[in-house]
Design a protein around this ligand. Structure first.
Ligand SMILES: *[C@@H]1O[C@H](CO)[C@@H](O)[C@H](O)[C@H]1NC(C)=O
Ligand SMILES: *[C@@H]1O[C@H](CO)[C@@H](O)[C@H](O)[C@H]1NC(C)=O
Ligand SMILES: *[C@@H]1O[C@H](CO)[C@@H](O)[C@H](O)[C@H]1NC(C)=O
Ligand SMILES: *[C@@H]1O[C@H](CO)[C@@H](O)[C@H](O)[C@H]1NC(C)=O
Ligand SMILES: *[C@@H]1O[C@H](CO)[C@@H](O)[C@H](O)[C@H]1NC(C)=O
Ligand SMILES: *[C@@H]1O[C@H](CO)[C@@H](O)[C@H](O)[C@H]1NC(C)=O
Ligand SMILES: *[C@@H]1O[C@H](CO)[C@@H](O)[C@H](O)[C@H]1NC(C)=O
Ligand SMILES: *[C@@H]1O[C@H](CO)[C@@H](O)[C@H](O)[C@H]1NC(C)=O
Length: 456
């Protein structure tokens, strides 16, 4: 299922030649879909001196925290728990709903900004995201919710070492890791991806009658990200005890994002601008994919435009009112044959009876970056996290005097053809009725009080 990419190194080189005076940099512009093949723990020790030099010394610890046994014996660390152990641990954590550091930073309020971070296995990137969050002004008034689809002691140790704000961990309970031989993982009796319908019927495999719109059968690893995104949103808005009266903003980040230190400041400006000039803007967005960055002209600019999945999926923000509207149309999300959460949301946006599609208000100078993708001209093998991270660090350092604008100017645009194009069909990968049903089932779970149970 190939997706469009926007980056072009060649174009960058030409532009660089022309505008070498302004702050410019090419990051990997992409559609923002995280690497869905990455089952490996992206965990190499490749934080370069260059990167460390731009991280305040007191935050170096987040680049080096290991679980107690990590250095002792790698073989043991790889499989510290079996599947039933992990399931039990996950249930215990989800039941307890522990909020770390609540004693220091005070309880979650109805208007506390919640920052939801979807985490898979890319530990190196997560370390840098945490370093960036640590440096954001007013971060101590937020709640960070780390949502995991892979249980790993080292990731857990890192998250629990955070001491600069309130932290919560939630664990997606239907992961491939905890269902290795059954749905939502891969059941040995599931149809092979490329089986033909007739062939599949003969095989009598589980999902023979439900290929996707391209005629392919489900691939567990491609469905997990959409399931996880949906579960996390349901968990945060509808199920946690601490959000029962929450009406504030929820920011959606991923493990390989990186934030600017004024992102919370910008969030308040976006909110205030929306309240004044665009009450129908349901989505706020902190990031956008650019080939070049010119903060001297864009740091204080915001844009109001139709929301589009692949352009406005990074650092998306909305509140419970908007979530309730999404929930009413959950079928548009769950039954749509597309394994991308963002395209599913676009489909929902375009099919709201009696309502316009979503409008977004976004920062023209991005405050969230995607550091986890190396661009189209790099093979995974020579993708160097340090290189991308140090580029972002320097970009932000050069833009320093333009950040924390005291006010912003909004422009309203109709969006290009791409923004407004009506989706005709999905990208596929979501034809299996079990996926559609699991997705719907997630919306039926109600609020759960904290429970401490001893699973001895
Ligand atoms: C990782 O980096 C740290 C700090 O530079 C160093 O002390 C350590 O030996 C490195 N570990 C490996 C396995 O390379
Ligand atoms: C990544 O790049 C940095 C700086 O450019 C370099 O020091 C480091 O060795 C590189 N790491 C890998 C794995 O190529
Ligand atoms: C560390 O490893 C030892 C065995 O090498 C094991 O007994 C112990 O439980 C492990 N500790 C943690 C915290 O995983
Ligand atoms: C790691 O643990 C395994 C299993 O306990 C053991 O066979 C191996 O020798 C250990 N390796 C090291 C480097 O301690
Ligand atoms: C998993 O490991 C625990 C010990 O850590 C053991 O008691 C249990 O029987 C194991 N379960 C399975 C299904 O192997
Ligand atoms: C939060 O909202 C709930 C439900 O609307 C309300 O009962 C509660 O008093 C509010 N809490 C605060 C501190 O305002
Ligand atoms: C929630 O978002 C909607 C749409 O952007 C906005 O109209 C409303 O004021 C927000 N609610 C709160 C409590 O901020
Ligand atoms: C959805 O929930 C129903 C009712 O609890 C259950 O029978 C069904 O197995 C669930 N489906 C999936 C895919 O989880």
């Amino acid at each position: 299922m190939p997706r469009l990419k926007y980056a072009s190194v060649l174009r960058f080189l030409v532009i660089l030649g022309l505008f070498c005076l302004s702050v410019q940099i090419m990051l990997s512009a992409s559609n923002g879909i995280i690497d869905r093949d990455g089952e490996e723990l992206m965990n190499s020790n490749d934080t370069s001196e260059q990167v460390l030099a731009l991280v305040p010394p007191e935050l170096h610890k987040y680049l080096t925290v290991h679980s107690k046994n990590a250095t002792a014996n790698a073989t043991e660390r790889a499989s510290p728990k079996n599947v039933s152990d992990i399931r039990r641990a996950i249930q215990r954590h989800n039941d307890a709903q522990i909020i770390y550091n609540e004693d220091i930073f005070g309880p979650v309020q109805n208007d506390t900004i919640i920052i939801a971070i979807q985490v898979h296995t890319r530990l190196t990137y997560l370390r840098h995201l945490i370093v960036s969050l640590a440096q954001a002004r007013d971060i101590d008034r937020t709640l960070l919710v780390f949502s995991h689809d892979y249980y790993d002691e080292e990731i857990n140790a890192l998250v629990r070492s955070i001491d600069f704000t309130k932290v919560m961990q939630i664990f997606y309970p239907y992961s491939i890791q905890t269902h290795p031989y059954e749905f939502p993982g891969v059941d040995p009796n599931d149809c092979p991806r490329d089986a033909r319908l007739e062939q599949a019927k003969k095989l009598k495999c589980n999902n023979a009658l439900h290929p996707d719109l391209h005629g392919h059968y489900r691939e567990a690893k491609y469905t997990q990200t959409k399931h996880h995104w949906w579960w996390k949103a349901n968990r945060i808005f509808n199920q946690l005890q601490c959000t029962a009266g929450h009406t504030g903003m929820v920011v959606f980040l991923e493990e390989d994002h990186y934030v600017a230190d004024d992102f919370i400041h910008m969030l308040h400006l976006l909110r205030a601008t929306a309240d004044k000039s665009c009450p129908q803007c349901e989505i706020l967005c902190l990031g956008t994919y650019l080939k070049t960055y010119q903060y001297h002209t864009t740091a204080d600019k915001v844009e109001i435009t139709p929301w589009h999945s692949s352009m406005h999926n990074m650092g998306m923000v909305f509140n419970r009112t908007v979530w309730n509207n999404i929930m009413q149309l959950q079928e548009q999300f769950c039954a749509y044959d597309d394994y991308n959460w963002d395209y599913s949301l676009l489909h929902l946006s375009q099919n709201r009876p009696g309502r316009e599609k979503f409008r977004v208000i976004l920062c023209k100078g991005p405050r969230v970056f995607h550091i986890g993708e190396c661009g189209i001209h790099h093979k995974k093998s020579n993708c160097n996290a340090s290189t991308v991270i140090s580029k972002v660090q320097k970009l932000l350092q050069n833009a320093k005097s333009h950040m924390f604008p005291s006010r912003v100017t909004a422009t309203i645009t109709a969006g290009g053809a791409k923004h407004n194009k009506k989706l005709t069909k999905g990208n596929g990968g979501w034809g299996d009725i079990r996926d559609q049903e699991l997705c719907t089932n997630m919306t039926k779970v109600g609020r759960q009080m904290r429970r401490y149970i001893n699973y001895a």
